[in-house]
Design a protein around this ligand. Structure first.
Ligand SMILES: O=P(O)(O)OC[C@@]1(O)O[C@H](CO)[C@@H](O)[C@@H]1O
Length: 460
């Protein structure tokens, strides 16, 4: 296995040619479904829009490129260099592709090939006519999924509103350490299980199955499925930061994953962090382009906050529910305008690179993360990128699987917390013999979760 950087670990990774990997099934069934459905979405947009002749010709080209991609997957064709669309990330994609020599779709490292496929498809649009250039083929599906989740959404917003009230009223129960810790635990659970509902799973689970994972009942039932749980360590950190027992910069970052219900859960957690004064500012990192079907980009983010604040999110909601929705949307808008919450989309998050490459390839971004009190990574793809998507033995320490990203840098490294439901092959940090009790394929369908923490600022 060639390595792109000298610092990459020599490891066996999930590969689309390996029948024992989830990648095998993904490349043969999930990808063709995702891209066929993209063709239908483009067709619907054409039918619903009055396109100019130029845009109409461009639409046909986009559809033919998507069809050719589906055909290339079926034929196990080689991956071709990505066309230049003026963005600097393409160079590294093509450089790494060359380093593999004759990579074909059905025998490729999963992480590389999957990032490459989303970046490639984006160029079908970014190099097209003006109508299509900023088109997000997944946008409608993302909005619809949140509207379809209105029951769990309203339940979560009501709970959030209660929490805000108790924090603000200085509820004396909240002064008790155990109650405080229980509330933090609830926040972690909300953010973790919010990740169990992404749209790529719809190609293997039904809408009902995905929605049944939302809400408090589902969270409580899933507790026993958390295979690594470092919540207490993170609680110890936050308490130390707040009590001045640990130097603080007052900034927490959340590297987001999916839009819709998961983004809602992440906004709840960001607000909790601010209201409890664990931080003065929360930076949210989204994607700069449509990515892995349901990942958050600027438009999804603006739609969620805007449609809540304006009361257009769920027009059929009752008067009381509507008031809760609008109040929360307005509250988030205010946090954004006062810069207590900031949304950003660094191009690094849509490269193929594992985060262990960040210190060398994106030292400024790495320094910024290292300068914050805590970085919360959400979701499966971020976990795969933290751990090089490697076939590590499951008992490998989390810090070892992260490589240079986890290094101490003289006590100035990154404090990493990952909240991820397992939807791939990789999983580390288990205790010896823990895996024996888990069923075959347990790392795949979002049933199990990990709350893994590594503090690269510790003095020891
Ligand atoms: O990052 P997320 O949204 O938690 O999950 C990403 C995911 O759904 O997309 C890929 C699909 O092949 C897999 O890594 C994983 O199953």
């Amino acid at each position: 296995m060639p390595t792109f950087l000298k610092s990459d670990p020599i490891y066996e990774n999930s590969n689309t040619g390996d029948p024992k990997s989830y990648a095998y099934q993904t490349a043969r069934t999930r990808w063709p479904k995702i891209w066929s459905s993209a063709i239908s979405t483009v067709q619907t947009t054409i039918d619903e829009s009055k396109l100019s002749d130029q845009d109409d010709i461009a639409s046909k080209i986009i559809i033919s490129k998507l069809a050719a991609l589906i055909n290339a997957l079926a034929r196990n064709a080689p991956l071709e260099p990505i066309a230049d669309d003026g963005s600097s990330d393409i160079e590294d994609y093509n450089k790494e592709l060359l380093s593999f020599k004759n990579l074909t779709w059905l025998a490729a490292p999963w992480l590389f090939a999957e990032c490459y496929i989303y970046r490639l498809v984006y160029t079908f649009f970014s190099t097209s006519s003006s109508f299509w250039q900023s088109h997000d083929i997944f946008y409608t599906e993302k909005c619809q999924s949140l509207v379809a989740s209105h029951v769990a959404t309203i339940e979560l917003l009501k709970r959030f509103s209660q929490i805000l009230e108790s924090i603000r009223s200085g509820d004396r129960h909240l002064a008790d350490e155990q109650t405080e810790e229980a509330l933090f635990d609830e926040m972690v659970q909300i953010a973790l299980w919010g990740n169990a509902t992404d749209l790529t799973l719809l190609s293997s689970l039904s809408v009902d199955e995905v929605q049944s994972r939302q809400g408090k009942k589902a969270r409580d039932a899933s507790r026993e499925h958390i295979v690594v749980n470092d919540t207490d360590k993170v609680w110890a950190l936050l308490s130390a930061l707040k009590n001045g027992k640990c130097p603080s910069t007052g900034v927490v970052h959340i590297v987001l994953d999916n839009s819709g219900f998961e983004l809602l859960a992440d906004l709840v957690v960001a607000s909790y962090v601010l209201e409890k004064k664990f931080a003065d500012m929360v930076v949210l990192h989204g994607k700069a382009m449509p990515w892995f079907v349901s990942d958050v980009n600027a438009r999804d983010f603006a739609w969620l906050v805007g449609s809540f604040a304006e009361g257009t999110y769920y027009p059929d909601a009752g008067r009381h529910d509507k008031a809760v929705i609008q109040k929360t949307g307005t509250y988030w808008r205010d946090l954004l305008s006062s810069k207590k919450i900031e949304y950003r989309a660094h191009p690094f998050w849509t490269t193929q690179h594992s985060f262990g490459r960040m210190p060398e390839l994106q030292p400024e971004l790495f320094a910024e993360l290292a300068g914050a009190d805590l970085i919360i990574f959400k979701g499966d793809l971020n976990y795969r990128k933290l751990t090089y998507d490697g076939y590590w033995p499951k008992t490998t320490p989390f810090s070892k699987a992260m490589g240079p990203f986890a290094e101490m840098h003289g006590g100035k490294g990154v404090r990493t917390l990952v909240l991820r439901t397992c939807k791939a092959d990789v999983c580390v940090g288990l205790r010896a013999e823990q895996e024996e009790k888990l069923e075959d394929g347990w790392t795949r369908y979002g049933k199990y979760g990990v709350i893994s923490y590594w503090d690269a600022k510790r003095a020891d």
